[in-house]
Design a protein around this ligand. Structure first.
Ligand code: GLC
Length: 473
């Protein structure tokens, strides 16, 4: 009989996505399914869940879910996607709102969600061997299982895994919420308490049998105060339960040979159409159409930890070289203004699209030459993998998953890297990349190397397979 895994997460592509978490929760179950697991996923039924799918969901029924002293309606919908069963828990009071997060009562909303994950098991008749929770929004499912439900017959043997996609967001609440909001008995206060407040991520790590991060390098880094947002000591004390497994990407979905969003399709064997993609991109963005000028691209949320201060510090210097710069993303106002203004000063050399647009992102991945990702910290990062797959050579800082996925040119690597968080170190390597670019034969070799790197889920799913097998024997 196949092993049963239940994922709990706050987003999954193609239903609802705000970031990398959704890509992983959308594609890892499929890879595990191919390894023979019975994987199912529980998600909140947000208002913004993609309508195209939403209308095909099946209503299974409803139950009542306790949220501390409240008893809340919980509708259960089901949808099977690529062999994986997705359950959506419905409560309009909590989820019929704009977006996924950022509401004043997120604590209560995700308490409802966490409790629903555990409560729907008998209703859908699926008691997993492993409950696998992702990030703080799903942390309470693991916490409830090991506290409130620990004595209950059918729940007792369920193992739990918790995956940290980003340690920056921990789910912190003041201590007085413990009983009236989260419904956790004072007896368990020590489980969730950290630094004088409730810390749901800490609680899930405490409760789980194993926890993981999305790259081996990040698993090491979060033992260090520079990266851990206060949790380093606690992580070090629990290191015996920790492992790092590098994410993959869905290589069918991200395939330059078939991607309909591109101006023209190509593969590693025949790169001619990549030049077409570049030319059309330059034309569309009103840049000078120059086939031999390297385009450096960034597609990123415009927030500090993406390393944008390195870029703002040296971009004017960089633009003295024969290069073009293309940026796509939204975020902090300072950066939005900076890049919009940069583009207005260099209209033929710089394009800044302060927006998010999936089609444009793929046109950039395919049309650019160098993909810049100088993150200060990066748990895994998927863009460097997608860019590589489209033959756009990644230039990254050696941190987290960037370090694990991109190896430096010269030692047989598939991209360019620098290690210190220093703007001129980055610029030095960027110029090195321009040198290689000018030797078209060498550059094509490097492009092919990047495109042929295996970023599929094959290897990573095996990492989870091992993790589950270690737990279940
Ligand atoms: C988070 C991390 C990112 C990672 C993604 C998926 O968004 O910031 O580095 O790739 O989760 O695990």
């Amino acid at each position: 009989m196949s092993r049963k895994i239940l994922f709990a997460a706050s987003e999954a592509a193609p239903f609802i996505a705000t970031g990398g978490l959704a890509e992983v929760v959308g594609s890892l179950p499929k890879a595990l399914h191919q390894l023979g697991y019975d994987v199912r996923v529980v998600l909140p039924l947000y208002r913004d869940v993609n309508q195209e799918y939403r209308q095909k969901f099946t209503f299974l029924g409803n139950i009542t879910v306790p949220v501390a002293w409240r008893n809340q309606y919980c509708g259960i919908f089901e949808y099977v996607h690529e062999g994986v069963t997705f359950y959506f828990v419905d409560n309009e009071y909590y989820f019929k709102r704009k977006g996924c997060y950022g509401h004043f009562d997120d604590g209560e909303r995700f308490a409802f969600f966490g409790r629903s994950v555990v409560e729907i098991m008998p209703a859908v008749d699926f008691f997993p061997d492993v409950l696998h929770c992702h990030d703080w929004q799903a942390a309470l499912a693991a916490i409830y299982l090991k506290t409130v439900y620990s004595g209950r017959e059918r729940y007792r043997d369920i193992k739990t895994v918790f995956t940290i996609h980003n340690i920056e967001y921990q789910g912190k609440y003041s201590m007085d919420n413990l009983q009236w909001l989260f419904g956790i008995d004072g007896y368990y206060q020590g489980v969730v308490e950290f630094d004088g407040c409730i810390n749901l991520m800490k609680g899930a790590i405490e409760c789980c049998d194993k926890f993981s991060t999305v790259s081996p390098q990040y698993a090491e880094e979060i033992k260090d105060p520079y990266y851990a947002h206060g949790l380093d000591g606690f992580i070090r004390n629990n290191a015996h339960k920790l492992c790092g497994i590098l994410n993959g990407i869905d290589t069918d979905y991200y395939n330059p040979k078939t991607d309909k969003a591109l101006f023209a399709n190509y593969d590693a064997k025949n790169l001619d159409n990549k030049a077409v993609c570049k030319q059309e991109l330059q034309r569309m963005l009103n840049l000078q159409v120059r086939p031999n000028t390297p385009i450096v691209a960034m597609i990123s949320r415009l927030v500090d930890h993406k390393g944008l201060d390195l870029v703002t510090a040296v971009i004017d210097e960089a633009l003295e070289s024969d290069m073009q710069f293309v940026l796509l993303g939204t975020g902090e106002g300072y950066y939005e203004h900076f890049f919009a203004e940069l583009a207005s000063r260099h209209p033929q050399q710089v394009a800044a699209a302060i927006t998010f647009n999936a089609q444009l992102s793929r046109q950039i991945y395919s049309g650019a030459d160098i993909f810049l990702m100088p993150s200060k910290s990066e748990p895994c990062g998927l863009s460097q993998m997608i860019a590589s797959r489209y033959g756009t050579v990644a230039l990254v800082r050696e941190t987290g998953g960037l370090k694990d996925s991109i190896l430096p040119y010269g030692n047989g690597g598939n991209g360019f890297t620098f290690s210190n968080y220093n703007a001129h170190d980055m610029l030095y390597v960027l110029r090195q990349a321009f040198d290689v670019y000018r030797n078209q034969e060498q550059w094509r070799k490097l492009v092919r190397k990047a495109m042929r790197t295996d970023f599929s889920w094959n290897a990573s799913a095996k990492g989870y397979d091992k993790l589950y097998t270690d737990l279940l024997g």
